[in-house]
Design a protein around this ligand. Sequence first.
Ligand SMILES: *[C@@H]1O[C@H](CO)[C@@H](O)[C@H](O)[C@H]1NC(C)=O
Ligand SMILES: *[C@@H]1O[C@H](CO)[C@@H](O)[C@H](O)[C@H]1NC(C)=O
Ligand SMILES: *[C@@H]1O[C@H](CO)[C@@H](O)[C@H](O)[C@H]1NC(C)=O
Ligand SMILES: *[C@@H]1O[C@H](CO)[C@@H](O)[C@H](O)[C@H]1NC(C)=O
Ligand SMILES: *[C@@H]1O[C@H](CO)[C@@H](O)[C@H](O)[C@H]1NC(C)=O
Length: 445
Amino acid sequence: MEHLLPFKKTRNAKNHIKNTAVITVIALALLAVIRLNYPIPQYSSPILSIHNNNNNNPEVLSVHHVRSNNPTVDMIKITDDQEKCDVFTGEWVPNPDAPYYTNTTCWAIHEHQNCMKYGRPDSDFMKWKWKPDGCDLQVLNPFQFLDIVRGKSLAFVGDSVGRNQMQSMICLLSRVEYPIDVSPTTDEHFKRWKYVNYNFTMAYFWSPFLVRSNERDPNRSTNTDLFNLYLDEYDESWTNQIDEFDYVILNAGHWLTRTAIYYENRRIVGCRYCQLPNLTDLPVAYGYRRVFRTAFRSLNERENYKGVTFLRTFAPSHFEGGPWNAGGDCVRRRPFRSNETVLEGLNMDMYMTQLEEFRAAEKMGKKRFRLLDTTQAMLLRPDGHPSRYGHWPNEKVTLYNDCVHWCLPGPIDTWADLLHHMIKMEARRWYNERLLQPQKKKKMH
Ligand SMILES: *[C@@H]1O[C@H](CO)[C@@H](O)[C@H](O)[C@H]1NC(C)=O
Ligand SMILES: *[C@@H]1O[C@H](CO)[C@@H](O)[C@H](O)[C@H]1NC(C)=O
Ligand SMILES: *[C@@H]1O[C@H](CO)[C@@H](O)[C@H](O)[C@H]1NC(C)=O
Ligand SMILES: *[C@@H]1O[C@H](CO)[C@@H](O)[C@H](O)[C@H]1NC(C)=O
Ligand SMILES: *[C@@H]1O[C@H](CO)[C@@H](O)[C@H](O)[C@H]1NC(C)=O
């Protein structure tokens, strides 16, 4: 209770209490449950550090029984159980209720992820849900989600797995409403969708390296796709437009394993698999580290960017029997249990690298950074990729067996559940910040 006292003593806060009795009861109950604690995220369990150890406090129990007339307050209530819980560690369990849409009810499924259309014979891969070890993760309620993001905007920045996630969201939310296309151009790399009844905008920015890049030989005369990556330069196609967004989900991964020439300070510092004379071959993690550093720096430096940045962590691919371009495929038909596989090798390197850069960005303390830590859940889903069911058998496509993207419907739908959970936590933090403000002001005097 100690931390409630200064709050009560403050005159502003007192008025507040008198004004709205209902809100106050909730406020006090919430204050008893959580203590604002920046910076919050820890390695894979940002949720863990939110709860304090006040579990013996009777106020904590009362939070479950508080009812209010304010739907937003009701929505952001999260039980103790969920607060303590690391939602990113768990198992996949059967879910007979899934899927929540099909390729006939949802038009937003990308051709190459429409696995049923291309003859995928099994459908069990859709019928699982993510069960965190210490609690239950609520399956997305699209009405509740849209209510909480009313008047807000969300951007997906990164590669086609980000687009995959956005299309999953569109399908899941389609039970309530389809967005209208308000894209500024016809370029499919930059989409904008508007939920008219909720004034909610979702946007997609194609930036597979997150930093400035170009193709070294745009005419492909040599038929290699070699990229120039300017590791310390912003990709202004998204950084210049990001200020208006309330939530930004960043991702990058698979493209960093491709051949590229790395520049820093406008000078070549080395390359990745380029096989050019006199260039140092650098490990994947070298480029990966720097692109996140640069992307996070761009956000930290933007005066007018007030959004919450989510790092959607690396989702491993599942090629077995060879690499993607030499016969590798993903033919498993069941999720792994957590004791059947481990994160290792390149996957581990990439995951650790992005977490380190995330923590460094967060330490600068300028903006709000959160982890959307999908790595462990997706590591366990070798069965969720299109494999050869992302196109007709005779079609000539670069990625014939696609073990990188995710079928829709499919396991990537779970990211919406995780995101909903995170956004609820954000809303609650926001409430607490407002409630604690009088206290902060007093301290400054
Ligand atoms: C949906 O999937 C079915 C197979 O389950 C397929 O026959 C149909 O063409 C697909 N429809 C669309 C619109 O993709
Ligand atoms: C819609 O949301 C934007 C912020 O995203 C806000 O500026 C605008 O006023 C809202 N419009 C309406 C009609 O509420
Ligand atoms: C690519 O092709 C265009 C037109 O064919 C030509 O103008 C341009 O110089 C070429 N660029 C390179 C880098 O070869
Ligand atoms: C590689 O470096 C050596 C020694 O610095 C130099 O003699 C040679 O010309 C370089 N080769 C290329 C292709 O730049
Ligand atoms: C994994 O755990 C399950 C359930 O606890 C158990 O039945 C199974 O034998 C374990 N598998 C391995 C490979 O350890």
